[in-house]
Design a protein. Structure first.
Length: 83
């Protein structure tokens, strides 16, 4: 497995456990979204790890879920108190 796929998978695992680690598990919508997109990130990053470039759909899905992770705290108003 290439390093990029492994790092993307670790990021996905982080988003699966983040609701409890960062204390926003009380928000069902944010918790569900974090878990679903985290699992999606893990699966697509592992499937696309050996596929170079942007010719594989797995890498595109991984990119889109990564962009979602950037917007996630702002969409769910998780910016208060989380540094």
């Amino acid at each position: 497995m290439k390093t990029r796929g492994f790092i993307n998978a670790v990021i996905g695992i982080w988003f699966v456990i983040a609701p409890w680690m960062l204390g926003f598990s009380y928000d069902a919508g944010a918790t569900s979204a974090s878990i679903v997109f985290g699992i999606l990130q893990v699966i697509t990053s592992l499937l696309g790890a050996n596929k170079p470039g942007w010719n594989s759909w797995q890498n595109w899905i991984s990119l889109i879920s990564g962009l979602w992770f950037v917007l996630f705290p702002f969409i769910y108003s998780l910016t208060d108190g989380v540094l």
